[in-house]
Each structure stands twice: as C-alpha cells, then as structure tokens.
Design a protein around this ligand. Structure first.
Ligand code: NAD
Ligand code: GLY
Length: 370
C-alpha cells in the first residue's frame, strides 16, 4: 500500500443494494447526495449536539449549494441517544416532517448517530433510504459500512436492531480534524483490527504510516480509511448477515464489551479502547493456547502502545475488573450460542479465525494476567 492524495471510491457489492463509500478530504456532499434526493423533497439531516456545533452549518450550506432543501434534527450527543427514548424522539420528528417512503434520511455524526438513524430509517414506514456521513474515525472505518443498525436495550448494547444498508457513505477525513485525540485513537483501534484480522501487509503499512494518520496527515488518513473500508466491504459482500466470515470483524469485541460492561460503560474505557485491549487479549490467549507465535503478539501490542492505545487490562484506570465478573459479562454477549462463547483468535498477524473451543482455564489465566 502507498499513500494517496486522490479521492477513493470503494463499492460494497451487494447486487441491487450495492453502494459506494467515498473517501477523501473536503468532499462535496451536495453533489454526491443529489442523485439520491427526490426533486422537491426535504432531507432530514440527523446529527448530535457536538457535531452540530462544529460541522452542521457548512454541511447544510453545501447541500443548499447543490439545491437540496434540508432540515436538521439534533439529538443529544452520547450513547444515551441509542435508546428507545432516542428512537421515539427521532422517528416522531421524521414523521412530523412528513417523510415518506421515497425520502432520504442523512446521518451526520459518529456511530451513535449512524446506528440510531439507520435503525429509525429501517423501521420507519417499513424502510426508507438513508445516507451515512460519518464524522468519527470509528464510524468512517466501521459503523457506517455494512448495514448493522441498532439501539441499546436494558439487557445490553445493540440488542434491538436490523440490517439496513445505506445508499451511500461519504467519509470526509477533513471532518476528523476536530475529533478529540482520544476519540481518534479509539477509532484507530478498529483500523488496526483490519491489519490484525486479515492483512499483514496493511499492518506493516500502519506501522510505517499510522502515526502520521493520527497526527492528521490527510493522505495517510485517506489511505487508512479507504483500505479499512475496502476490507470491510469485501467481507460484507461475501457474508452480509454474519453467518460466517463477518464474525472476524468482532476481533477483540467479546473481551472489549466485557471490559466496557465491567467499567460501567464509563469514561474509564471508551469502545475503541476496549477493542484495543480486547485484541491484545485475543493475541495473548492465542499464544497461551499455542496457536500464535509470541513474536506476532508482541509486535501487535508494541504498535498499540506506540500510538498510545491501552494494550492490557492493567492499562485501564481504576480498580482492575474481576476475572469472574468479566466472564459473566462475556456470557451476556450477543456472540454466545448454545451457551458457548465465540472467540476470534489468531494464528498470526493477519490470520484471524473463529472458534468456540477455548478452555476456561486459559481464558481465566489471560483475564487475570493480561
Ligand atoms: P459517538 O457517535 O458517540 O461519537 C463520539 C463522540 O465524538 C461524541 O461525543 C460525538 O459528539 C463526537 N464527535 C463526532 N464527530 C466529531 C467530530 N468530527 N469532531 C468532534 N467531535 C465529534 O461514538 P463513535 O465512537 O463514533 O461510535 C460508537 C458507536 O458505534 C457505539 O454505539 C457502537 O455500538 C457503534 N458501532 C456500530 C457498529 C456497526 O457496525 N453498526 C460498529 C462499531 C461501533
Ligand atoms: N462491526 C462489526 C460488523 O459490522 O460486523
């Protein structure tokens, strides 16, 4: 892989539901959305209060320049909006606007806005089209692509949802310049995930260019986002409903979700940080089981640390989560079937696989010492 200055376009090949992901710095959203907007229609632009302060006015101006009438809907920032209350509020506002089945809803924000808006669009009038304009690195490389949409339930995260593919994804890396460093790093964990799970060359590239991407180098960011999207698009096209290979995208997530739950979904550990620690634990467990060379795990963990991501449970501030409590949280994960936990483990860098055969003793050892 080399760095690039050009705009990249990645197609998610899903037949008559195929769509493009546009990646670049300073994209023209009006021109990209125009073909999807019915003449005379008003487009709802769903965003959150932080993103509205930073990016809504120029975004609406760009739509107006392209002759698109738009109406903003501003939700509270934060995971709390991915709730039944958030869904009721958003869908009520969309219905009050008179949105019909030929309309288009635009999600301008991070994964919270994308997941909530996608879900609302999926159920409103039995399904209306939506567009993703992701504004966090996590959303650009992961949540805006692939059609998973959801809100949270009292029983757990993302438990009420559906697959509803967007019609277009517009990933403008220039929007990431306002993202707090911690959020950028959290999104970077999902970028590294692609290298770890299936592309050792991409991991090599990240070792060389990841720091530049995190420092805001737009060429490096475009390269990282576009390659991540290419990998996710290919996997989604082969396994849209996660009956097999798509599960590899959950590398680090069973551990990560348990750590997020054990830390109360608080500021102690945000999602991408949980995924970073979770991936490090997946490598450690793979080494413990004799599946993966120790040097690959060391190299992976070294890169996480080099960019400033947490790479061990001991890196999480505050009291260390208890091993049995973590295993209890894992039992509530969506990825449990027939009472057995599903793990994504590694045979080496770029070689992830799915298994349900993990001895409890090895798991406990890694959770206690990792
Ligand atoms: P988020 O949407 O809450 O955004 C994080 C914070 O950054 C928020 O405070 C937001 O207001 C702010 N923000 C967004 N863009 C900004 C910008 N350009 N400048 C400054 N601040 C900005 O969280 P996230 O990390 O983007 O997404 C996390 C969510 O995504 C979780 O709910 C998770 O479950 C979901 N997710 C979904 C999928 C999927 O496939 N659907 C995949 C991964 C994660
Ligand atoms: N984020 C995992 C997936 O989209 O399948």
């Amino acid at each position: 892989m080399s760095t690039t200055t050009k705009t990249e376009r990645v197609t998610v090949g899903l037949g008559d539901r195929a769509y493009d992901i546009h990646v670049g710095a300073g994209l023209a959203p009006g021109a990209l959305l125009k073909p999807l907007v019915r003449p005379g229609g008003t487009v709802p632009v769903v965003t959150d209060a932080h993103v509205a302060d930073l990016h809504l006015a120029p975004f609406l101006a760009a739509l107006a320049d392209a002759g698109i009438a738009a109406k903003p809907i501003v939700m509270p920032a934060g995971e709390g909006s991915k709730s039944f209350a958030g869904l009721e509020s958003l869908s009520g506002q969309l219905l009050d606007m008179g949105l019909d089945r030929n309309g288009l809803v635009v999600a301008l924000g991070g994964g919270v806005i994308g997941d909530l808006t996608g879900f609302a669009a999926g159920v409103l009038k039995r399904g209306v089209a939506f567009a993703q304009v992701p504004t966090t690195l996590l959303a650009q490389v992961d949540s805006s692509v692939g059609g998973k949409t959801a809100i949270n339930a009292r029983q757990g995260k993302n438990l009420i949802g559906l697959f509803h593919q967007p019609r277009i994804v517009i990933a403008d890396t220039a929007l990431l310049t306002t993202l707090p460093r911690r959020e950028l790093l959290a999104g970077y964990a999902e970028v590294v995930k692609y290298g770890a799970l299936g592309d050792a060359d991409f991991f090599n590239w990240l070792e060389a260019h990841g720091a530049a991407a995190l420092a805001g180098d737009q060429d490096a960011l475009i390269g990282a986002v576009a390659h991540s999207c290419r990998m996710k698009a290919a996997i989604v096209a082969r396994d849209e409903r996660e009956s097999g290979e798509r599960a590899l995208l959950n590398l680090g997530h069973t551990f990560g979700h348990a750590l997020e739950a054990a830390t109360g979904f608080s500021d102690r550990l945000i999602h991408g940080e949980g995924v970073a620690v979770g991936m490090a634990l997946a490598f450690r467990l793979s080494v413990e089981l004799g599946l993966c060379p120790g040097q690959d795990a060391d190299r992976f963990i070294r890169h996480l640390k080099a960019v400033g991501l947490p790479a061990a449970i001991s890196d999480i501030p505050g009291t260390r989560p208890n091993t049995d409590e973590l295993i209890g949280h894992m039992g509530h994960d969506k990825k449990v079937s027939d009472g057995k936990l599903t793990f994504i483990l590694l045979k080496g860098l770029g070689q992830a696989f799915v298994t349900r055969e993990v001895p409890l003793a090895a798991l406990k050892s890694v959770l206690t010492n990792g």
